[in-house]
Ligand binder design. Sequence first.
Ligand code: AQP
Length: 354
Amino acid sequence: MSSFEPLVFSGVQPTGNLTLGNYLGAIRKFVALQDNYDCIYCVVDLHALTVNPSPAELINGTRSIAAAYLASGIDPVKHIVFNQSRVYQHAELAWIFNCVARMGWLSRMTQFKEKAGKDRENASVGLFAYPNLMAADILVYRATHVPVGDDQKQHLELARDIAQKFNNDYSERIGELGIGIPVEVGDETVNGYLPITEPLIEGPATRIMSLRDGTKKMSKSDPSDLSRINLTDTSDDIAKKIRKAKTDPEALPSDSGGFEGRPEAENLVNIYAALTGTSMDAVLKDFGGQQFSAFKPALADLAVEKLSPIADEMRRLLADPGHIDAVLADGGERASVLAEKTMVDIRRIVGLSA
Ligand code: AQP
């Protein structure tokens, strides 16, 4: 048990158009958590540099993610919305974590392996060290809960390992300074300064798959636009992408046990269930035994109904970039105050200040 103040932190990279996967797996959860927690939602622009966007892409992408947060219902006054690079303490703590995390830990990260591909020698150091910056994003606020999709689970485990090692390595100093909080680590209690963050990954939409390949995650950086539904797609685009989504010739099964070997069918039913907030079995009660020719138009109508108000609001917000920049600047100032409070302690813990 710890007595860290409950606080939610999460972020999204401005690396392209937000997808239905980002929305269902992350942003929709961000919105729901606002009622019960203090929340900090970040546009992680420093992370986006790992894939070398052009300056214009990064500027527009950052505004676009911020607009998606606001259009989805995140309240930037009660909570904090900002872009990462405004708060330099993220990068400062990431450097300290570069010196805490082990090469072996980072070498096991599947996202690095996937993104670096075969040419690892040529991958940037930033891409390799990405999870350390992500741990810093969370821990510079001593956040206790992080809502993410399933693909981020391994990175969050690494953030927990980093916090644990930091607490262990500096336990004595944390005690001397009198700023420790008892943190349970297995059977032991150590004098910790950083919380062991809880990932929030539950729900029906933890991994939405590509519309072209049901074994691959839907991703904003997938080269095929047909593989994903973008939050800004028009109604016609959404209908076309669902019509063209890969399926098989069988009818839908009568329950969710019948998806063996049918990942594309399962994905479409899962999307329907997530959009309506029901289970796949409930969807199959209505659609079991029917062909995709009947199911796909119903799914397209549903997706348009749920997404078009967000797309409309995003367009309205993006017409006034000055307003979005002002929201991010205000959030950045408030986040800086919190981050600096943590860093004053951390600099003393590690010996960068007396
Ligand atoms: N397909 C998905 N299903 C459910 N959740 C998803 N997320 C991403 N894809 C899916 C969640 O969205 C949040 C933001 O992700 P990110 O921008 O930090 O990077 P990512 O996880 O690598 O997402 P993408 O869309 O695949 O981006 P690119 O293509 O740039 O790598 C996270 O909570 C993530 O879990």
